[in-house]
Design a protein around this ligand. Structure first.
Ligand SMILES: C=CC1=C(C)c2cc3[nH]c(cc4nc(cc5[nH]c(cc1n2)c(C)c5CCC(=O)O)C(CCC(=O)O)=C4C)c(C)c3C=C
Ligand SMILES: [Fe+2]
Length: 440
């Protein structure tokens, strides 16, 4: 990261397509002003995000829009992501420090009434998300996020398979929403899976994230009830000296080989094309959501050398066991003096690589979670795995099938819940998310 906040191509390559974010404005460079950050640095940060293809509003202007808010915020608080755009926010946006995932079920009613209620709800939710993402509190505000800027808040909406029958829109249901196959390692809890509507919230401030969750739940009113809800987190912006790929709760560098927005085939792999099927999903994407518990007591007994063989990458820096640095391509053919594969045949990174799956790829954008310890002190912790693709049948499904058959990591994880959601393209100004479906 250079002083003016721009990310050079080598640095961008060295981090996940979604994990890179600016260093805190106060970490280096000229001394900050009394309010914590100079205007030059603030604008530099917004400029860098814009150059990376991310939708960012006028960071410098956000604080001024709120009566009683501080005159200037740090870059963390001031960064705003645009609600309107070709794609919904929260897909290519850098991963945020805090996340909430929630599924809602529509209230019982006739298909016509349910569709009308869903349309009104998405209109209300879109308006709430747009205001909150710009740092403007809703009319009946609880005050939870007063004093903070938008803090890179994003809200993303998706539709589950069950929504289409509930609303009489079965003919509009994408084939891509067909149920995921059963996997032998699944231990799924139906009550924490699927749902008519899905909401993903991310923000770099925990109060901002909770505020959005509560505002959306209240905006649902009697139209929909929370079916399940999960809380997650990632490394806080500025916690590392330079932008670095995230680590998960097993301590691994996780996200290295994600597709990058600069890749030539990124759009094709992650987003449904305009004019694709069905039409209302143009520029949308499909999210697979899995709550994956990590069996940390077992994992942490394994020596680092063995942990590295499970993944196929070094723990310290994420470099492949075949050599080089984090960004060096894996050499899947390399053998040692005894003729054994250096990256074991069962290594997670080998089995999940596009080269092992006919090119199948997905954009992984997870949150870690920790929901406490049981009576014996066993942690309920792991990954809220969220991956994005233009079609789950050519993304998640073939890769998970292969992992299910021979991944060395599977001994240390358990898939406990699952959801598959159609996430429509971004709403244009004056539109709400999903309007093209709900008013078709
Ligand atoms: C079906 C998709 C995947 C699931 C489920 C999954 C779970 C999972 N993964 C890790 C840790 C790592 N995964 C890494 C790479 C990686 N994983 C997947 C897919 C799934 N992972 C892919 C497609 C890739 C990229 C492979 C490649 O192209 O090289 C890595 C290595 C670093 C990286 O590239 O991100 C780690 C570490 C955990 C802990 C986990 C479940 C809890
Ligand atoms: Fe993985």
């Amino acid at each position: 990261m250079s002083d003016n906040g721009t990310t050079n191509s080598a640095e961008r390559h060295a981090t996940s397509g979604t994990a890179s974010r600016p260093a805190p404005a106060t970490a280096s460079g000229p001394p900050p002003g009394p309010a914590g950050i100079s205007r030059r640095r603030l604008l530099g940060t917004a400029g860098a995000a814009g150059a990376a293809g991310l939708a960012v509003g006028a960071a410098g202007g956000v604080a001024g829009q709120r009566a009683g808010a501080p005159e200037a915020l740090t870059a963390v608080g001031a960064t705003a992501v645009a609600f309107h755009g070709r794609h919904q926010p929260g897909i290519t946006t850098p991963m945020q420090a805090r996340g909430h995932l929630a599924a809602f079920d529509l209230a019982p009613g006739s298909p016509a009434a349910a569709r009308k209620a869903a349309a009104a709800l998405l209109r209300r939710w879109s308006a709430t998300a747009r205001e909150l993402m710009a740092g403007r509190p809703p009319a009946d505000d609880t005050g939870v996020a007063l004093d903070t800027g938008p803090s890179s808040l994003t809200v993303t909406f998706g539709f589950g398979r069950s929504l289409f029958d509930r609303t009489g829109l079965a003919k509009q249901r994408p084939v891509a929403l067909d149920p995921l196959p059963d996997f032998s390692s699944d231990a799924l809890d139906a009550r924490r899976s699927e749902g008519d509507l899905w909401v993903q919230i991310g923000a770099d401030d925990p109060l901002v994230a909770f505020h959005a969750l509560r505002a959306l739940q209240k905006a649902a009113g009697s139209a929909a009830r929370v079916r399940w809800q999960m809380n997650g987190f990632n490394r806080a912006p500025g916690a590392t000296a330079r932008p670095m790929t995230a680590r998960n709760l097993m301590g691994q560098v996780d996200g290295t080989n994600n597709p990058k927005p600069a890749d030539q085939d990124f759009e094709r792999r992650i987003f449904v094309p305009g004019g694709g099927e069905p039409e209302w999903m143009a520029h949308g994407s499909y999210a697979v959501v899995r709550r994956i518990r990590m069996l940390l007591d077992d994992w942490e007994k394994l020596p680092d050398r063995e942990q590295e063989r499970v993944i196929g990458r070094r723990k310290a820096d994420g470099a492949p066991l075949s050599g080089g640095t984090e960004t060096t391509e894996m050499d899947l053919e390399k053998t040692d003096a005894s003729g054994a594969l250096v990256i074991p045949a069962t290594a997670h990174a080998r089995i999940s690589a596009p080269e092992s799956n006919g090119g199948a790829a997905m954009l992984r954008r997870p949150f870690s979670y920790h929901d406490g310890f049981d009576r014996d002190g066993v942690p309920d912790a792991g990954l809220l795995f969220v991956c994005w693709q233009a079609d789950p049948l050519t993304g998640f499904v073939p890769v998970q099938r292969k992992l299910d058959r021979g991944d060395a990591l599977s001994r240390f994880i358990r898939h406990e819940s699952s959801g598959l959601y159609a996430v429509p393209g971004g709403a244009a100004e004056g539109e709400y998310v999903g309007q093209r479906l709900l008013e078709s």
